[in-house]
Ligand binder design. Structure first.
Ligand code: ATP
Length: 607
C-alpha cells in the first residue's frame, strides 16, 4: 500500500515536469492515443459486417450487391490510412518531446549538481547516485509517459473487446480478464529484478566506464604508454564488464523462463476460449461473421494483454527511476542553512577564523583541528606545511566551499554561515592546483573569471598587462582569439606553465575581496616565477590574499606565514619572526635554502 502510494506521489511529481517540457506535445500525444485506441474496435465491427455481407454476396442473397461490400472495404481502408497517419504524427511528436526532455533533464542535472556543496564530491555513494540519476532521467523516467499512453490505448481497446466478447458469452470476457493476471505478475517480477540489478551494479558500472574512458583519454595516454598499461587495464575492464554482463544474463534467463511459462498458460486459456466459441458456433449460437470477429478479437487480445502487462511493469520500473531523479533534484543545496546577509564589501577589518575544525566524510581523523587566526584586510598570508597538513582544506574553508564542522569563519564580524552563498561566491577568487584548461579562445579563458565582463576587450587587455600575459598572448597564432588545447579544430596547445599563467590571469580578472592561490607558481620557470611574484604583490596590493606554497622562498613576500602540521596551526608570524623562533618553519626553510649551497652539494652529492 505504502509502495503504491509512493509511486502515485512520484507520478504526481512527474506530471508538472512533463507539462513544463511541452504541454502542447503532451496534449497531441494523449489525443492521438485515444483516437488510435478506437481504431481496432471499429475494425472489429467492420470485419463482422464485411464477412456477413461477403457471405450474402457469395450466396447471391445480397440486396445491394457489390455496393455495400465496396463501401465496407473503403471504410476499412480509410481506417487503416488514418491509423498510419496518426502513427506518423505520434512518432514525430514523441521524438520532439523526447529531444526536449533530454535537453531539459541535462540542464536540470547540470544546474543541480553545481548547486550542491563541494563536499558532495567527497563521497563515493554520491557518484553512484549521480550516475543512476543521469541514466534514470534520460532513459527511464521519461518512458513512463509513453508507456502510460500506450497502456491507455491498449486498455481502451481491451475494454472494447471485453464488451464485444461479453455480448457472445460472459465466460469469454472473464477468460480475457484472467489472461491479464499471470502476465502482469511476470512482467512486474522482471521490472523489480532489473531495477535491483541496476542499483547493485552501479559501482561496477562506474569503474568499468572509468577505465574504458581512461583508455581513450588524453589524460591517461602518457602514463598508459610509459608504464605499458594498456593490456593490464583492458583485462581489468573486461573482468568487471563481464561480471556485469554475467549478472544481467542471469536475470535475463530467469525472466525469459518465467515469461515462457506464463505465455504457455495464456495460450492454453486462449485456445480454450476459441474452442468454446467454435462449440457455440456449431450449436447455432454464432453466425460466421461473428465467429470471424470473435477469433480476431481473441488473437489480437493476446498481444494487447501482453502489452498491458508489460506496460504496467515498465511504468513500475520507470517510476522507480523517476523517484531516483526526484530524490536527487530535492537534495539539500549549499552548506546547510542559507544565510541572507551580503558579503561586507569593501572588507574593512578582515577575516577571523576561530577554533575551525573540518572532518571529511568517512575520513579517520579531522583534516583541520581547532585552528584560529586572523587575516587583516589587505594582508597577504602564506600557508605552508607538509603534504596532507591541511593547507588546501583550509583554503576551501576560507573560500566558503566547505562549512566548518566546528568553529567559525567571519568576515568583518559576520559569520560565513549568515552570508548568502551567492554574495559570498561573488567576492571570492582563486586558482587551484588542478585549474581548468578550457578548450576555448584565450579571451574566453581569461574572461570567465568575471562572467559579467566576459567579452570586454579593453578590460581583458588591461588585465593581461597587469598579469604580465599580454606579450605572450600577442605572440599566439590568432592572439586573443587563439583557441587553446588541441582537442578541437584549430586549437593551439600551451605548456602547463603557460596554462597556469592564463589561469592566474583569469583569477585576477575577477573583482574580489579575497583571493586564494593554491601553489600559484608551481609550474613556472624561475624567471617567470620571480616576475609573477613581484607582479602578485602589485596585483594583490590593497587586496586580501592567501597563497599556499611549498617554495618557502616566496614566503618572504607575505605579511604573515601560517605553518600547518597535521591539521593544526603549528606556527604563525613573518618570515623574520619565524626564522628567529627557529621552529618548524626555520627548519623547512634552511633545508630548502640548503639545496642551493656549497655545503649541500658536498654533503649530499659528495662533490
Ligand atoms: N576529499 C577528501 N576526502 C577525504 N579526505 C581528504 C579529502 N581531501 C583531503 N583529504 C585528507 O585531508 C588531509 C588534508 O589534505 P589537504 O589536501 O588539505 O592537504 P595539503 O596540505 O593541501 O596537502 P598537499 O601539500 O599535498 O597539497 C589529508 O590527510 C587528506 O588525506
Amino acid at each position: 500500500m505504502n509502495e503504491s502510494f509512493g509511486k502515485l506521489r512520484t507520478f504526481a511529481l512527474l506530471i508538472p515536469i512533463l507539462w513544463k517540457i511541452s504541454g502542447t506535445a503532451l496534449v497531441i500525444l494523449i489525443a492521438l492515443t485515444l483516437a488510435q485506441a478506437l481504431i481496432p474496435i471499429a475494425q472489429l465491427a467492420l470485419t463482422s459486417r464485411l464477412v456477413e455481407e461477403a457471405a450474402s454476396l457469395f450466396q447471391g442473397n445480397s440486396d445491394n450487391g457489390m455496393r455495400d461490400v465496396q463501401l465496407l472495404v473503403g471504410l476499412q481502408l480509410a481506417l487503416l490510412l488514418s491509423g498510419a497517419v496518426m502513427g506518423g504524427v505520434f512518432k514525430y511528436t514523441q521524438q520532439y518531446f523526447n529531444q526536449r526532455a533530454t535537453l531539459y533533464f541535462d540542464e536540470l542535472l547540470s544546474t543541480k549538481v553545481n548547486r550542491l556543496p563541494l563536499s558532495y564530491f567527497d563521497n563515493h555513494l554520491n557518484y553512484d547516485r549521480l550516475q543512476r540519476t543521469s541514466f534514470s532521467m534520460q532513459l527511464q523516467g521519461m518512458g513512463v509517459i509513453f508507456t502510460l499512453l500506450t497502456m491507455l490505448q491498449n486498455m481502451i481497446t481491451v475494454v472494447g473487446f471485453i464488451v464485444v466478447l461479453y455480448q457472445f458469452h460472459w465466460l469469454l470476457s472473464l477468460g480475457m480478464l484472467l489472461l491479464v493476471l499471470p502476465m502482469l505478475w511476470s512482467y512486474l517480477y522482471e521490472s523489480k529484478a532489473v531495477f535491483k540489478l541496476i542499483i547493485h551494479q552501479t559501482p561496477d558500472e562506474r569503474m568499468s566506464s572509468y577505465i574504458s574512458n581512461l583508455l581513450k583519454s588524453r589524460e591517461g595516454a602518457k602514463e598508459i604508454r610509459v608504464f605499458e598499461l594498456a593490456s593490464y587495464l583492458i583485462a581489468k575492464w573486461k573482468q568487471i564488464a563481464w561480471r556485469n554482463v554475467g549478472r544481467l544474463l542471469a536475470v535475463e534467463r530467469k525472466t525469459i523462463a518465467l515469461t515462457y511459462g506464463v505465455q504457455l498458460l495464456t495460450l492454453t486459456l486462449l485456445s480454450g476460449m476459441l474452442l468454446f466459441a467454435l462449440h457455440a458456433g456449431a450449436n447455432g449460437g454464432l453466425v460466421i461473421g461473428q465467429y470471424v470477429a470473435l477469433a480476431q478479437a481473441l488473437f489480437s487480445s493476446q498481444a494487447l494483454v501482453q502489452g498491458l502487462a508489460q506496460g504496467y511493469s515498465n511504468i513500475h520500473q520507470g517510476l522507480l527511476h523517476a523517484n531516483e531523479m526526484i530524490l536527487f533534484v530535492n537534495l539539500p543545496e549549499g552548506n546547510g542553512e542559507e544565510g541572507d546577509q551580503a558579503f561586507p564589501s569593501p572588507m574593512k577589518q578582515g577575516i577571523k577564523v576561530e577554533h575551525l575544525s573540518f572532518h571529511y566524510d568517512g575520513a579517520p581523523g579531522p583534516a583541520l583541528d581547532g585552528i584560529s587566526f586572523t587575516i587583516g584586510a589587505g594582508e597577504t598570508i602564506a600557508i605552508v606545511g607538509d603534504n596532507g597538513a591541511g593547507k588546501s582544506t583550509l583554503a576551501k574553508c576560507l573560500l566558503g566551499l566547505y562549512a566548518p564542522n566546528e568553529g567559525t569563519i567571519a568576515v568583518d564580524g559576520v559569520d560565513y554561515a549568515h552570508l548568502s552563498s551567492d554574495s559570498l561566491r561573488s567576492r571570492m577568487s582563486a586558482i587551484f592546483q588542478d585549474f581548468v584548461q578550457f578548450p576555448f579562445p584565450v579571451w574566453e579563458n581569461i574572461g570567465l573569471g568575471g562572467i559579467s565582463e566576459l567579452g570586454n576587450r579593453d578590460k581583458l587587455q588591461k588585465s593581461s598587462e597587469e598579469a604580465n600575459t599580454a606579450s605572450f598572448i600577442q605572440k599566439l597564432p590568432q592572439g586573443w582569439d587563439t583557441v587553446l588545447g588541441v582537442q578541437f579544430d584549430g586549437g593551439h596547445e600551451l605548456s602547463y606553465g603557460q596554462w597556469q599563467r592564463i589561469a592566474l590571469n583569469r583569477a585576477f580578472y575577477r573583482e574580489f575581496e579575497l583571493i586564494v592561490l593554491d601553489e600559484p607558481t608551481a609550474s613556472l620557470d624561475p624567471m617567470t616565477e620571480a616576475s609573477i611574484f613581484e607582479n602578485l604583490m602589485k596585483l594583490t596590493s590593497g587586496k586580501t590574499s592567501v597563497f599556499i606554497t611549498h617554495r618557502l622562498g616566496s614566503c618572504r613576500f607575505a605579511d604573515r606565514i601560517l605553518v600547518l602540521k597535521d591539521g593544526r596551526l603549528a606556527e604563525e608570524g613573518s618570515h623574520d619572526e619565524l626564522m628567529l623562533r627557529n621552529g618548524e618553519y626555520a627548519a623547512m626553510f634552511r633545508k630548502q635554502a640548503g639545496w642551493y649551497t656549497k655545503e649541500w652539494e658536498e654533503q649530499v652529492l659528495g662533490v
